[in-house]
Design a protein around this ligand. Structure first.
Ligand code: UT7
Length: 324
């Protein structure tokens, strides 16, 4: 009997209505469309309003992932978020209730920009262990609410959104199979990306140091999962890395030997959406027809904690709704 493997069978995304262009930001702070495009690759991002909370965006993305898979429920629901609706309780039970899923296991994972990789890896462990037969994994964040409106280094990068994947038990030969994962952390670097614990504190990031650590951590993780599945860098059809900065994506591709043309780029339209970044980039790849079922795909992320990791998978056989 072959081992049970988690297989992605549905994807969905959700974005707030309001588009904020580089030009819009340049009217509020000392920056320019030219600087933002050249240094980050970002053209626009979305900002949530009071009715577009993390749980609201997560629920819409999850509904679309369920519809994409043609199913109505899941045995486990994980919300990867560092901007929950409330500090207590977790956002996941609310999202499960919004979906009419009462009684299922539902919890949050706070690994900032690596949240989706953490949640997808742990959901795949739960499925392959036989503990559950299906899972909804949602990455959702609304960091723009925590940004200092005068901090040009964070305001130009971050946007809000949610993305979701539905997985169920299958085999490693099926398109969409989650084949290998690696997760890591280094709490000695916790101040690189943080919201200090004081009233009214804003999100803070030491951009340059994060840039350097992100490149080396993501490259190492990609190499680890490639070795585990026995793929060469040349064989990879798509590198779907956390969308923080175009220069980081090209550097990770060049360090790992994956051709730069294989890097999926979605940040130009949404910026850095933290835990939503990878599932939104996957959803975008699905709607644009960038991938065919069975393509060799590597996901990787780096974020606050610090945390990082990578996943090797094959591209699922699915149809996806465009969240834009
Ligand atoms: O999501 C979790 C992971 N996060 C990341 O991966 C983010 C990683 N970091 C980055 O993407 C980049 O470090 C930033 C985009 C945040 C900043 O870009 P940078 O190229 O590292 O800029 P810098 O901080 O080195 O600043 C270069 C220059 C400075 O001017 P001087 O001192 O050379 O005169 C800055 O003051 O650019 C200036 N600058 C800006 N100018 C216009 C910084 N931000 C801006 C801005 N507009 N928004």
């Amino acid at each position: 009997m072959s081992a049970v493997t988690a297989v992605i069978r549905g994807l969905g995304g959700a974005l707030p209505e309001r588009v904020v262009s580089n030009h819009d930001l340049s009217t509020r702070m000392d920056t320019s469309d030219e600087w933002i495009r050249r240094r980050t690759g970002i053209s626009e991002r979305r900002h949530s309003n009071d009715t577009e909370s993390t749980s609201v965006l997560a629920t819409t993305a999850a509904k679309r992932a369920l519809a994409s898979a043609g199913v109505a429920s899941a045995g486990l629901l994980i919300v990867a978020t560092s901007t929950p609706d409330k500090i207590c309780p977790a956002t996941a039970p609310k999202v499960a209730a919004n979906l009419g899923l009462y009684g299922i296991a539902a919890y949050d994972i706070a690994a900032v920009c690596s949240g989706f990789i953490y949640a997808l890896a742990t959901a795949s462990w739960a499925i392959s262990s036989g503990s559950v037969d299906s899972a909804l994994v949602i990455g959702a964040d609304t960091f723009t609410r925590l940004l200092n409106p005068r901090d040009r280094t964070t305001s130009v990068i971050f946007g809000d959104g949610a993305g979701a994947a539905y997985l169920s038990a299958g085999t490693s030969g099926e398109p969409g199979a989650v084949l290998a994962s690696t997760l890591h952390s280094d709490g000695t670097a916790e101040t690189l990306i943080q919201v200090p614990r004081s009233a009214g504190a804003f999100f803070e990031m030491q951009g340059k140091e994060v840039f350097t650590q992100a490149v080396s951590a993501m490259s190492d993780s990609v190499e680890t999962v490639l070795a585990r599945v026995g793929w060469t860098a040349d064989e990879v059809d798509s590198l779907i890395a956390h969308q923080a900065n175009l220069r980081i994506l090209s550097t990770v591709a060049s360090v790992t030997g994956i051709p730069g043309s294989k890097a999926e780029i979605h940040l130009d339209r949404v910026g850095n959406t933290s835990a939503a970044s990878i599932p939104l980039a996957m959803t975008n790849a699905g709607t644009k027809g960038h991938r065919i079922p069975g393509d060799k795909v590597v996901l990787t992320a780096f974020g606050g904690g610090t945390t990082w990791g990578a996943i090797a998978m094959t591209w699922p056989s699915i149809s996806v709704v465009d969240p834009h």
